[in-house]
Design a protein around this ligand. Structure first.
Ligand code: SF4
Ligand code: SF4
Length: 592
């Protein structure tokens, strides 16, 4: 960082003012308590996978906030600043970019270092606070900005529109009724006075709606009086990740008000580690909103139903070896260790403990909102080698977890390290083990087979099914558009907002095709293309230039490397883009 002999930027001053408002005894204790013993180093998956980089140590990350604190709030910092590092506290807006990289890109707020610190220093809390200060002055990764905006403005972190949410509930209701042959198995929406209100993660609506149906099946089998609200249904909370307590409080309040309006006695929170932690614990403080109903994780609900004999399960229906990944938020931060294991012991035949586990389990790498920050994906995946080894050592074919974030983080690690297993949530395993009336069971199994066959057929018939496309474009809306077009055609899509990120992801992911913009700041598309072609690991990946550059062909041809496999001028036509991409990939495949 710069020496603080110069002028503080306006943003740094704003951060210091904000820091003053956020200091609590717990925070100050962690700010002054570190003796730099280094005992936390071996706890962090970033340190263990980047052993030569001192910037990965938990104390280095927390020291950035410490320096700010020492300069503005600590006597020693004002009298002998060099003694306590206050002379190198962040000063300029350039320093903020470095802080952003440290705070958002090298820590998943997993709290593994926290619980292993002999001085009780809560590094994860300090890191969240640094994120909050940066967010306060508008400095944050683009993904965090987009998700936070959606949660503020649309009411859920994935920007799901109300009609799409309600359509999905209708769709799942229809499937469930068809499977059970019952007209009374539909998902009840806005049922006033229902005993249980069920709140979910928007990821379920967007990517995994059948987890909603499986939960509905379990509620139905238990004879529960339950409902889902048409608003205030998102139990996730990006305020926990961005450090913005105002957003955190607003998200919690929306859910609390909705449950109170329905008059429910109990809020059941679907399987989501950070959503549970935020809704059940943190947002009550952030919002100051009174809560007069019980809040529980659906893990407890499912276990209670079995213990009370309200549902019957048969573990022989889950024969595959299963291991369990403790979500950092659910386990380390909320103390939920034994209930998921008891539940698993009742619904699977072959359970294998992962080592280490419970408090000492390693992060899936997707915590702290990491899945929304694609610029840090290569570093995150390197840190995932620890998790990959943990999983591989169990020999399990199913990694069960109780968190949607972990599903994404683990799936990425499994894919990257080619582990050949899959991730399931407890709701999947409980629903599969559920013993229904024999006729209902036969109808349910037949319908499930039908759905799987339909989904598989539909997926296989997509033109880019099984392909991976790297979309490189600095403009968010263009990148998002291209991503949607390729994803709708069945491709797995990776995004990159600039040349360096594209090169790193191309090397790490080896996509089947790179869609490359030319006009980008810093490293432009021409330079990026040239480097792709000059690098042994990427020289063979086909590239399609997608650009608004008027003389794009000439610009690229000037380079002494083989030309790109394709060119398209913006604005691109969706079907032409897909057809062209398919053609390039297939032609390239025939050549090699
Ligand atoms: S945070 Fe705790 S364990 Fe880590 S260096 Fe500081 S005192 Fe030691
Ligand atoms: S909270 Fe987790 S990721 Fe962050 S420094 Fe500590 S161990 Fe590392």
């Amino acid at each position: 960082m710069a020496s603080n002999s110069g002028q503080k930027s306006h943003k740094i001053k704003m951060m210091e003012e904000q820091l003053a408002k956020k200091l609590t005894r717990q925070v100050v204790g962690s700010l002054v308590g570190c003796v730099h013993c280094g005992m936390c180093n071996e706890c962090c998956h970033y340190v263990l996978t980047h052993p030569d980089d001192p910037k990965m140590t938990p104390s280095y990350k927390a020291d950035q906030l410490r320096k700010l604190f020492k300069r503005s709030h600590d006597w020693t910092g004002s009298v002998i600043p060099w003694w306590v590092g206050a002379d190198t506290a962040p000063l300029t807006d350039d320093d903020l970019e470095k802080l952003k990289d440290i705070s958002f890109g090298t820590c998943t707020n997993c709290r593994r270092c926290t619980i292993n610190c002999p001085m009780g220093v809560d590094t994860a809390t300090l890191n969240r606070m640094m994120r909050g200060l940066l967010s306060h002055v508008g400095v944050m990764p683009e993904g965090v900005r987009v998700v936070s905006k959606d949660q503020w403005e649309i009411g859920n972190q994935m920007g799901v529109l109300k009609e799409d949410y309600l359509d999905t509930l209708d769709w799942m209701s229809e499937e469930l009724e068809e499977e059970l042959g019952h007209k009374n198995a539909a998902i009840p929406v806005d049922k006033a006075g229902a005993k249980v209100a069920y709140a979910i993660n928007p990821r379920e609506v967007k990517y995994d709606p059948r987890t909603i149906k499986k939960a509905a099946l379990i509620f139905y089998a238990a004879g529960e009086d339950w409902t889902m609200a048409s608003a205030g249904w998102d139990q996730t909370n990006f305020g926990l990740f961005s450090g913005d307590d105002n957003l955190g409080g607003a998200c919690g309040k929306r859910v609390y008000e909705q449950v109170a309006e329905l008059g429910s006695e109990r809020l059941v929170i679907s399987e989501c580690g950070h959503g549970y932690r935020s809704t059940r614990h943190e947002a009550v403080n952030w919002s100051g909103h009174p809560v007069e109903f019980v809040m529980e994780s659906s893990v407890f609900t499912m276990l209670r139903y079995i213990r009370e004999g309200r549902i019957k399960v048969d573990k022989s229906r889950n024969k595959e070896p299963v291991t369990y990944h403790d979500s950092c938020n659910l386990a380390r931060s909320c103390g939920i260790y034994e209930e998921p294991r008891e539940l698993l012991s009742l619904v699977v035949e072959d359970f294998r403990e992962m080592t280490p586990n419970r408090t000492e389990n390693f992060c899936c790498t997707g915590g702290g909102g990491a899945m929304s920050m694609s610029e840090y994906t290569p570093r995150r995946l390197v840190s995932g080698s620890i998790k990959a080894k943990q999983i591989a050592d169990t020999g399990a074919t199913i990694v069960a977890t109780s968190c949607h974030n972990c599903v994404d983080g683990l799936s990425d690690v499994i894919k990257h390290y080619k582990l050949g297993c899959r991730v399931e949530q407890l709701v999947d395993l409980v629903a599969n083990a559920l013993v229904l009336d024999e006729t209902e069971r036969a109808a349910a199994e037949e319908a499930a087979d039908r759905v799987v066959a339909e989904v598989t057929r539909a997926a296989e018939s997509l033109p880019l099914a099984g392909r991976t496309v790297l979309v490189v474009d600095d403009e968010d809306d263009v990148r998002e558009f291209l991503t949607t077009v390729f994803a709708d055609a069945g491709a797995t899509v990776i995004g990159a907002a600039g040349g360096d990120e594209a090169l790193a992801k191309a090397r790490a992911e080896k996509p089947d095709l790179i869609s490359l913009d030319l006009s980008m700041p810093h490293k432009d598309g021409v330079e990026t293309f040239y480097e792709l072609r000059k690098t042994a690991e990427t020289e063979d990946i086909p590239v399609c230039i997608v650009t608004g550059h008027p003389e794009f062909r000439e610009v690229v041809y000037e380079r002494p490397v083989p030309p790109p496999e394709g060119y398209l001028e913006k604005p691109v036509n969706e079907s032409k883009l897909v057809a062209y991409a398919k053609h390039i990939i297939e032609a390239h495949g025939r050549k090699h």
